[in-house]
Design a binder for this molecule. Structure first.
Ligand SMILES: Cc1ncc(COP(=O)(O)O)c(C=O)c1O
Length: 216
């Protein structure tokens, strides 16, 4: 019998997946080597990436005006990459601080942005009610974490931030339920929790946000 992990940490992979990896380890797609020994710019590897992008697009129902990216640096890499890539024209940003991970993301953003805390609630493990939110309608983006893994706090719906692009750290929520990606400017999720295997971070970004990188 395999061990079972009930914790919020590393996810188990389905057995079928493990068997498939085992089967393909010495000879992936007839190459005579494993996928780990293939150059990342070879056409066969590019096919794998494109196939994965298509599968994610189908699973999450992602329209064509969004790009599906795979990044390094884990979710915390995105804590810095997001302000670095979205603040060219306006450095005012909104952060919902509802637990350890959104607090850390807001702290990272301080190096690049004027951070407005929409609402803050860490120790009492609850999402403050909407009446107490201080949203800036002119912010470059509004950031939140739908499921705070460490604090065990979850939003029960997607916050309404008007026309401000909404950003979500979905590391602990992606693929656990259907959601409407069109309500978001960008979502990201590091692998090894809801998505396996560790080492890659999924980023889905709306195309109109792609030209806003800071010139550092
Ligand atoms: C919601 C959430 N965000 C961010 C992180 C940090 O992820 P990483 O280790 O990939 O930087 C975690 C990891 O536990 C998490 O659960």
């Amino acid at each position: 019998m395999r061990a079972y992990n009930f914790a919020a940490g590393p996810a188990m992979l389905p057995e079928e997946v493990l068997y498939k990896i085992n089967e393909e380890l010495y000879n992936w797609r007839g190459t005579g080597v494993s996928v780990m020994e293939i150059g990342h710019r070879t056409s066969i590897f590019q096919d794998l990436l494109e196939g994965l992008q298509k599968k994610i697009k189908a699973l999450v129902n992602i329209p064509d005006n969004y790009k599906v990216l795979f990044a390094q640096g884990g979710a915390q890499g995105q804590f810095a990459a997001i302000p670095m890539n979205l603040l060219k024209y306006n450095k005012d940003v909104d952060y919902f601080v509802t637990g350890v991970w959104s607090k850390r993301a807001a702290d990272f953003a301080l190096s690049y942005a004027n951070v407005n805390i929409v609402t803050e609630s860490i120790d009492n493990r609850m999402i403050p009610s909407k009446q107490d939110w201080k949203l800036n309608p002119h912010a470059s983006y509004a950031y939140y974490c739908p499921n705070e893994t460490i604090n065990g706090v979850q939003f029960d719906s997607i916050p309404d931030v008007g026309n401000v692009p909404l950003i979500a750290d979905m590391t602990s929520s992606i693929l656990s339920e259907q959601f409407d990606i069109r309500k978001f400017g960008l979502i990201f999720a590091s692998a090894q929790k809801n998505l396996g295997i560790a080492g890659v971070t999924l980023v889905v970004v709306r195309e109109d946000l792609l030209d806003k990188n800071l010139e550092l």
